[in-house]
Write a new protein. Structure first.
Lengths: 575, 271
């Protein structure tokens, strides 16, 4: 093991992918479409969210192309409205919300707690079908005329003044929302009921804690969005007057209901990403996460505080000054648990044996960009600056730093980190490090100029702008091109690695999680013997003892083992 | 595959070269003596240790789902709270248009259906096959009865133009004497035009809340119908009562929502 990498791969001349694994258990299209295996459902999700990500990405490309010049020349202004609306809806509801939980969470949450599957496997499959139904309906709405209200469906714009596919799109989000509810519900039940013996709450990997917190938000927040969308649809169809001022309704009520979900939704999006970062930082600095308990509780704190800050999206919408004051203070509170995470990760790095594999590069990207995104969130939570900055490009830059710079980096970090476990093969390390750097550079080129544009006063959601803003917009569009390359590369080399990547073996990173103590790709039943958790999470000394013990055991009784287990059987490491 | 976990389980065991005793230990580590797996009921899914763990998980999931449902309705209850505060007179006048007798009848019907549902759960747990089918059928009929009474009420609202939208009429509120029966009971004073117009918000909420409730009833009746067919074929009485039990929770939840709706829409303004 050299000093600059921790990767330990089996001898490539003799190593083979285990013949029996979840990918080879059954064959044929139906064995995938009717599966109840959480790992296969995770793969279904991975393919579908990648599909929607690239549609949303293409729409983002169109937005940046249009903004290359001050005039509205590539498309008409109302087409531009439809493009940014669909970009937002697809990226938020069909990519960011399910990204980490439905793929990596689905795959690894049961394995991390030593379970064979999620508690409700059929509900898990059903939630994927709901997701696909919602996704296809959203695409249908897009193709048959689109929707131009912005992803926020603000009333009375959405109920009275537009004549686009509001109802169809709303229904798509309603359905996709239930997919997210069922995923969250499944996770909570699984974490409560299916932990392996010895897997106490404070031995759970922080990835699991983060998913637990996000699941609470999914289960409690999403139904409120659902009812808000139902009310918008009924107001359009039947003319009921809950949001209609002409009848005595109040459009502000819609905003309250909508943001009651949609603010927690940003924590649904970011919390699972934070879980990924905890795993990656610990593994590549060979240290237990500093302040484990604080990091675990900070996830729950973010979830709880997250429910009491929604009105900070409404400071300029006509809510009272006292409301503004209270929600401004509560918003500041969210900065505390977020900072706890960042500081604890930093202290985990301190005196750790840090190596710079791709997942770690993305994790560093996450820490830097999320910090900027989070800090600018404090600017926006401050009522005075918010009134100046809201509805400008500053806010666009802020949430893209959190969502793209934070969540997408975390997603890519996680995909690279667990790729060897999912497929049994390594990705090409040099190329992927290059892709991580390209993504980071492209990202900053794209979104940093938007902070400046925002403070200069360029409003969001317009197809044209005064010519003096052009230079910064050109920067941004050029950066988006680089960013696009950064996202395309992983798709190409990860696909390549499915056939040509090096055989990964059980535990290429020498990580401590239970998911690494079994074969890659895992068996359908995950573990041959039920694991017993007899050590704390992130206990690298335990891992070392295990490795030494199994090596000496292997040396002593090799002949006996070969007879008993067959010559392909690898040495089990979990207790 | 989910329907026949036992057989796949067996096939996996045969295919697996590892020690089969260890493998069965996954199913029941506390009781290694029973590790042959003969004690495991056929409905046990492969990732649970025991039937009680499986039932526990399903029950817990149902409670979480009801929490989701609660949040779904809470949006409407919030709207009700706010608008009742703002448009008190309109909400009182609107409420007087509802028939307390029909509402109370429906409350009794629904509470009684909760009783028959509880009976069904008990029959399922104690293995009474014929009685289970009977209780479920009674629950179904009572649910249907509830919807019948509700449709009578809805029809009356249509006839009086109290359905929000283009044909909404303010007559009952501007000229209360035009509904002699209701006027005789409450002696409502005519509302000024702006207050009268806010009755449309009341009826919007009335139709939304009772409509959402009715939608849940209809879904419930669909599931009940399915359960009756299965119960007559002998399901749910051989120790696997989870489905009946969890549906019972759902049915009681709908019942409780109605009790709140009855109080908030019918009773609270009756003076």
């Amino acid at each position: 093991m050299s000093s600059h990498t921790i990767v330990s791969l089996p001898d490539q001349s003799t190593a083979r992918i285990p013949k029996r694994n979840y990918l080879t258990e059954e064959n044929g299209l139906l064995s995938w479409l009717l599966t109840s295996d959480h790992k296969r459902i995770a793969i279904l999700y991975l393919i579908s969210i990648t599909f929607f990500f690239f549609i949303g990405g293409a729409l983002a490309g169109l937005i940046r192309l249009e903004l290359l010049t001050p005039q509205s020349d590539l498309m008409a202004a109302d087409t531009y409205n439809k493009v940014f609306t669909m970009h937002g809806i697809i990226m938020i509801f069909l990519f960011l919300v399910p990204s980490v939980p439905a793929t990596l969470g689905n795959f690894f949450l049961p394995m991390m707690i030593g379970a064979r599957d999620l508690a409700l496997p059929r509900i898990n499959l059903f939630s994927w079908y709901l997701y696909m139904a919602g996704g296809i309906l959203a695409l249908y709405a897009m193709i048959t005329g689109g929707v131009d209200t912005g992803w926020t469906f603000t009333t009375p714009l959405s109920t009275h003044y537009v004549n686009t596919n509001v109802i169809t799109t709303g229904m798509a989000i309603f359905i996709a929302g239930f997919s997210s509810i069922f995923t969250g519900l499944n996770f909570i039940v699984t974490i409560h009921k299916l932990r392996a013996p010895g897997m106490t709450w404070f031995r759970l990997p922080l990835f699991v804690w983060a998913h637990y917190a996000a699941s609470i938000l999914m289960v409690l927040g999403t139904p409120v969005l659902a009812i808000a969308l139902v009310l918008v649809a009924l107001e359009r169809i039947a003319g009921i007057g809950v949001f209609d001022p002409a009848k005595g309704g109040d459009p502000l009520l819609f905003q309250h209901l909508f943001w009651f979900y949609s603010h927690p939704a940003v924590y649904i999006m970011i919390l699972p990403g934070m879980g990924v970062i905890s795993e990656v930082i610990s593994t590549f600095s060979r240290k237990r996460v500093f302040g484990y308990t604080a990091v675990a509780f900070s996830s729950v704190a973010i979830a709880v505080f997250g429910f009491f800050v929604w009105a900070h999206h409404m400071f300029i919408m006509g809510i009272s000054n006292y409301t503004v004051l209270v929600f401004s203070l509560l918003t500041m509170l969210v900065a505390v648990p977020s900072a706890i995470k960042i500081f604890n990760w930093t202290f985990t790095l301190y005196k750790g044996s840090i190596t710079f594999e791709t997942p770690m590069l993305y994790a560093f990207g996450f820490m830097g960009l999320f910090t900027i995104g989070g800090m600018t969130g404090v600017f926006l939570g401050t009522a005075g600056t918010d009134i100046h900055l809201t509805e400008t490009y500053f806010i666009v830059a802020h949430f893209h730093f959190v969502m793209v710079g934070g969540m997408l980096m975390a997603f890519l970090s996680g995909i690279h980190f667990w790729w060897p476990k999912i497929t049994g093969r390594m990705y090409p390390e040099r190329l992927s490090q290059l892709a991580a750097v390209i993504t980071f550079v492209g990202f900053n080129f794209t979104f940093f100029p938007q902070f400046i544009l925002g403070t200069l006063g360029m409003p969001r959601r317009y197809a044209s702008y005064p010519p003096e803003f052009q230079i910064l917009n050109v920067f941004s569009t050029a950066g988006a091109t680089i960013l696009g390359v950064g996202y395309l590369l992983p798709v190409l080399y990860l696909t390549w690695s499915l056939k040509y990547g090096a055989i990964a073996g059980n535990n290429p990173w020498q990580a401590t999680g239970l998911e690494w103590q079994t074969q890659s790709p895992p068996l359908t039943e995950n573990f041959t013997v039920m694991p017993v958790m007899d050590h704390e999470a992130y206990d690298y000394e335990w891992l070392e003892r295990q490795t030494l013990a199994s090596q000496s055991e292997a040396n002593l009784s090799q002949a006996k083992q070969e007879q008993a287990l067959g010559k392909e059987k690898e040495v089990p490491r979990a207790g | 595959m989910p329907d026949s976990p036992a057989t796949t389980h067996g096939a996996q065991q045969a295919a697996n070269s590892a020690d089969p005793a260890n493998f069965a230990n996954f199913a029941d580590p506390a009781n290694a003596a029973n590790s042959a797996g003969a004690e495991q009921p056929p409905y046990l899914l492969h990732h649970f240790k025991s039937a009680s763990q499986q039932a526990d998980a399903a029950g817990f999931a149902m409670w979480l789902f009801l929490l989701t449902e609660l949040m779904f309705f809470s949006g409407l209850f919030t709207a009700y709270l706010i608008y009742r505060n703002w448009y008190y007179t309109a909400f009182v006048a609107g409420s007087h248009q509802l028939s307390v007798v029909l509402g109370a009848t429906n409350t009794v019907v629904l509470i009684f259906s909760s009783f028959t549902m509880a009976m069904a759960v008990w029959c399922s747990k104690t293995g009474r096959r014929r009685e289970l089918a009977l209780s479920l059928t009674l629950t179904f009929l009572l649910g249907l009865g509830f919807l019948g009474v509700k449709s009578v009420e809805y029809r009356e609202k249509f006839e009086n133009h109290h359905v929000p939208g283009r044909h909404y009429s303010l007559q009952s509120f501007l000229y209360p004497q035009s509904d002699p029966q209701i006027f005789a009971e409450y002696h409502d004073r005519p509302l000024p035009l702006d207050e009268a117009r806010h009755t449309e918000v009341y009826f919007s909420l009335y139709f939304l809340m009772t409509g959402m409730h009715a939608a849940h009833m209809i879904i419930g009746l669909g599931i009940l119908g399915f359960m009756i067919l299965r119960a007559r074929a002998g399901a749910y009485t051989s120790g696997h009562a989870t489905f009946v039990e969890n549906f019972g929770l759902y049915w009681h939840f709908i019942d409780i929502v109605w009790i709140y709706l009855f109080a908030l829409l019918y009773l609270i303004s009756r003076h």
